[in-house]
Design a protein around this ligand. Structure first.
Ligand code: FEO
Length: 167
């Protein structure tokens, strides 16, 4: 694998692990509010991001490269409201989509067809992530100050369980 590609993948490994930490900060916020369904949803998100990071980490080695671990930035851990928190999730996932697109550009520029094939999975995953999170943001906007509706959404989000996709 070309050095530019290894470096770009390594930067994304760090971004995925940062995402995991970012969502763990949110998990802690929701636990502190006793919104345990929101916290469970975030816990699954933490695991999913770890999975993304490890998928990329393993791929680097599979292609003969070396995964390099860098420091992970401290995430925010308090928000003004569940809506403010989820709006940040959406903004974060949009940022990750842009990072994946840039990574795909590196694969294309380097004519790395295997890399492009590998990254296709992440492109699809980002469509799903933005759609799922966008739906929660929409619901929280509709809920407004209605705490009964918020508790119903909490119960719905509690159902999410992370199951690692089969390769
Ligand atoms: Fe790893 Fe949420 O994208």
């Amino acid at each position: 694998m070309k050095e530019a590609m290894v470096n770009a993948l390594n930067a994304q490994v760090n971004a995925e692990f940062y995402s995991s930490y970012f969502y763990l900060g949110m998990e802690s916020y929701f636990q502190s509010l006793s919104l345990n369904g929101f916290a469970a949803w975030m816990r699954a998100q933490v695991q999913e991001e770890m999975f993304h990071g490890m998928k990329m980490y393993d791929y680097i080695h599979e292609r003969g490269g070396k995964a390099v671990l860098e420091a992970i930035e401290r995430p925010e851990q308090t928000w003004a409201s569940p809506l403010a928190c989820f709006e940040q999730v959406l903004a974060h996932e949009q940022k990750v989509t842009a990072l994946i697109n840039n990574l795909m550009d590196v694969a294309i520029e380097n004519r790395d067809h295997a890399g492009k094939f590998f990254l296709d999975w992440f492109v699809g995953e980002q469509v799903e992530e933005e759609s799922t999170v966008g739906a929660v943001v929409d619901k929280l906007r509709l809920i407004g100050d209605n705490s009964s509706a918020l508790f119903l959404l909490d119960a719905e989000l509690a159902k999410r369980i992370f199951t690692p996709p089969v390769k």
